[in-house]
Design a protein around this ligand. Structure first.
Ligand SMILES: Cc1ncc(C[n+]2csc(CCOP(=O)(O)OP(=O)(O)O)c2C)c(N)n1
Ligand SMILES: [Mg+2]
Length: 375
């Protein structure tokens, strides 16, 4: 006797804008013109910023930096689908998301220059810091979404994670909780095909990452992540689903990391130029530009003006970064523990002692008081 089928599912993929800029009119989202232009402007600006940051690192003017080159649509567009009070938790490859929500590029430069004053998100936003440990934020995001639900607030919690990160136990724990409690959480997997030097095929035997959603009772969809319109539609619908109380969403946005993992990596050692070249042809920025040109709301003249303004803005952010007063070295001990453990207190006192004679020289403000106590 054949086995009974008790459950079936299908994995769908959303693609709207083709690389030549033509659209599927049935799926084309109705995005107001000013939002479309803002989206494009920010994608161009973050691309130029990314190039600049890379060069600054090579010149010794910035610390390690993770480029987002090629992932501008999955960075900028989701953030534009949120309201300020929605929770947003990017990954370390999140400069675009923060910028789209209104954070000055100065702060990204400070952060990647090793200064924790770079963690400064606009006051009205519910933006959270990303975690450098991959995946540890996923359960925290479930907590944020659960909190919104318990308080009967209309906010969703949106987070990003990499393809590699979707193989971690944190993903399983977060999604188990999110599905079971039907919380308004959106897990956007930025499948950029590489987790440092490990290709997507070696990370999971699942044919898609979107299908993982099904195992947790979450809504899952694969999206062309280099297609700004598809990302907009998929994220906006996930936000609406969350606000209606219909639970979590997993979006696998397929894109490609055109650069190295970070400036500490050399991707030419483990992948072919041919592969990278093939993905360059699917460029998300160029694709959106063609769409705007076809709609007759963009042209060469506007592009030229945008590039000039963007370059001037970025230069001024770099100047502000390089003129920023130096940090107080004691700040490294702040904000870590409510009650500091004794080794940290000892180290802090030692540093304080050795800095005393440099106080004037460093132009330091009043030294912050010692936090915590000896046991
Ligand atoms: C818990 C933890 N383990 C290992 C690392 C080192 N690490 C940094 S990024 C990375 C790969 C992440 O790949 P993916 O999730 O695909 O994200 P992507 O960098 O491609 O955006 C690893 C293993 C880390 N940061 N945290
Ligand atoms: Mg990856």
């Amino acid at each position: 006797m054949p086995l009974r089928t008790i459950e079936e599912t299908k994995i769908q993929r959303l693609e709207i804008l083709s690389p030549d800029g033509t659209v599927d009119p049935e799926l084309e989202p109705k995005i107001p013109e000013d939002v479309l232009l803002d989206m494009y402007r920010k994608m161009v600006e973050i691309r130029l910023f990314d190039e600049k940051a890379f060069k600054l690192q090579r010149q010794g003017r910035l610390g390690t930096y993770p480029q987002i080159l090629g992932q501008e649509a999955t960075q900028i567009v989701p953030a534009l689908c949120l309201k300020p009070k929605d929770w947003m938790v990017p990954t370390y490859r999140g400069q675009g998301a923060y910028y789209a929500r209104g954070m000055r590029l100065l702060y990204s430069l400070l952060y990647w220059g090793g200064d924790d004053r770079g963690v400064k998100y606009p006051d009205q936003n519910n933006d959270m810091i990303f975690s450098i440990p991959v995946g540890t934020h996923l359960t925290q995001v479930a907590g944020l979404a659960w909190g919104a639900k318990l308080r009967k607030e209309p906010w969703v919690a949106l987070t990003w994670l990499g393809d590699g990160t979707s193989s971690k136990g944190d993903f399983h724990e977060a999604l188990t909780f999110a599905g079971q409690f039907r919380i308004p959480a959106i897990y956007l997997i930025e499948n950029n095909h590489w987790a440092i030097s490990i290709p997507r095929e070696k990370q999971s035997a699942a044919t898609t990452l979107a299908q993982k959603a099904w195992g947790y009772g979450a809504f899952g969809l694969q999206v062309d992540g280099n297609d700004a319109l598809a990302v907009y539609r998929a994220v906006s619908e996930a936000v609406e689903r969350g606000r209606r109380g219909e639970g979590p969403t997993v979006l696998e946005c397929e894109t490609y990391r055109l650069g190295h993992h970070t400036t500490a990596d050399d991707a030419t050692r483990y992948r072919s130029e041919g592969e990278v070249e093939a993905w360059r042809k699917k460029d998300p920025v160029l694709r959106l530009r063609k769409y705007l040109e076809n709609k007759k709301i963009w042209d060469n003249e506007r592009e030229k003006t945008l590039l000039q303004r963007a370059e001037a803005m970025i230069d001024s952010e770099v100047a502000a970064y390089e003129q920023f007063p130096p940090p107080n070295p004691l700040d490294m001990f702040a904000n870590n523990f409510a009650v500091a453990p004794w080794p940290l207190i000892e180290q802090r006192l030692e540093l304080e002692e050795s800095l005393k004679h440099k106080k004037g020289e460093l132009g330091m403000l009043e030294l912050p008081p010692v936090e915590g106590r000896f046991p």
